[in-house]
Design a protein around this ligand. Structure first.
Ligand SMILES: CC(C)(COP(=O)(O)OP(=O)(O)OC[C@H]1O[C@@H](n2cnc3c(N)ncnc32)[C@H](O)[C@@H]1OP(=O)(O)O)[C@@H](O)C(=O)NCCC(=O)NCCS
Length: 335
């Protein structure tokens, strides 16, 4: 016998920040428990967008209360699914148990509705998503059924007292490492595009494919609190000898008062394998440790063995696995 879902799915744009706030507060608690992330800055930014009533997405409403949501943003022809979240059964604000839908069922239905809407929007030719909060495999089926490719990624962390990440070389001869500077945007955009040419991460994140796209990525990281607050003091740039072109870059954000998160690390192909990646990580870790930070975290694509190996050597351990998804029929057709 078919079960009737005990909730409604409605357009996110009908809901104000005030109505959504309790849900985002519940979500913030999960970010904190699972990833040591103080999500309140991101939640506040999201609430501002919600109040402008322009964010595409859906909410699940049960007994007149918002119990789940999903949203996306458009970047030209591309849609990026930013987040999905639903309250578990029995949590404050939810019915205690059956016949109410589980959180997984709510998320599944929200996702199905959003994918259906996006895949039927003529202007949308590509959809990307990285659902950092949700364990690997949680939404794989829904995405694969909709024609997406799914890639496993790892969330890694290291306490900032481990000798592996603090001790050892913090530079390599002939290359000057310094703090990130505002003037680095253009050169950093060129470096990222060069570093990720042919790399799986530029398949997952289209912005990495061009210098202009990489600059948009950099602006998001440096100027907006969507991925923590950019921490200029622990972020590093490495210049080519006698030039302002960059050959190495590490960007770090503060995701909690005492937790740093590496949002980008890359080294120009011709400078790899000389210890620069490790030196960048150590400089960042030492700076954070000196300032009282307790932990450093990062994310990496599971198949990027070089990078995973580098982080493990520095004492990082994978503590959570999540998925990145891509839908790009034109590209898949060419592959
Ligand atoms: C990951 C990356 C930043 C490492 O930078 P790097 O300067 O080469 O790093 P290091 O020289 O300090 O360490 C490289 C480690 O990778 C491995 N490695 C082996 N051969 C290598 C090679 N030919 N080139 C690079 N790394 C190699 C080794 O484990 C080496 O450690 P070892 O020195 O103890 O042998 C760089 O490869 C890069 O920019 N890759 C593309 C972007 C990327 O994947 N970034 C990470 C996203 S999470």
């Amino acid at each position: 016998m078919a079960t009737t879902l005990q909730f409604e799915v409605l357009d996110l744009r009908h809901f104000s920040a005030g109505v959504m706030r309790p849900l985002l507060e519940a979500e913030s608690r999960v970010w904190s428990e699972r990833l040591h992330w103080d999500y309140r800055g991101s939640a506040d930014l999201l609430l501002q967008y919600l109040d402008s009533r322009v964010l595409p997405g859906y909410v699940a409403v049960e007994n007149g209360r918002v119990v789940g949501y999903v949203f996306c943003v458009y970047e030209g022809h591309k849609a990026v699914i930013g987040d999905i979240f639903a309250l578990e059964l029995g949590e404050p604000g939810r019915m205690p148990g059956a016949p109410a839908a589980s959180a997984a069922e709510l998320r599944g239905e929200l996702l199905r509705r959003l994918l259906e809407m996006l895949q039927n929007s003529p202007g949308v030719t590509r959809i990307e998503s990285q659902l950092l909060l949700h364990p690997h495999g949680d939404h794989t089926r829904a995405f694969e059924e909709a024609g997406f490719e799914v890639y496993e990624r790892i969330f890694m962390e290291s306490p900032l007292r481990r000798p592996e990440v603090l001790d050892g070389a913090t530079g390599i001869p002939g290359l000057a490492m310094r703090r990130w500077a505002e003037a680095d945007f253009a050169a950093a955009g060129r470096l990222i595009a060069a570093c990720y040419e042919g790399h799986l991460d530029s398949h997952i994140n289209e912005q990495y494919r061009t210098a202009a796209g990489s600059q948009r990525f950099l602006h998001n990281i440096v100027r907006f609190p969507g991925c923590g607050y950019f921490d200029v003091e622990s972020s590093r740039s490495v210049c080519a000898p006698g030039s302002t072109e960059l050959v190495g870059l590490l960007l770090c954000s503060r995701v909690r008062e005492d937790v740093g998160h590496v949002t980008q690390i890359c080294v120009a192909p011709e400078y790899r394998g000389k210890g620069l990646g490790k030196a960048l990580m150590r400089q960042c870790a030492r700076n954070l440790a000196q300032r009282g930070f307790q932990m450093l975290t990062l994310t990496v694509t599971a198949s990027n063995r070089n990078a995973v190996g580098l982080y493990e050597e520095l004492g990082f351990r994978g503590t959570h696995r999540f998925d990145a998804m891509v839908w790009d029929p034109a590209e898949h057709g060419r592959a």
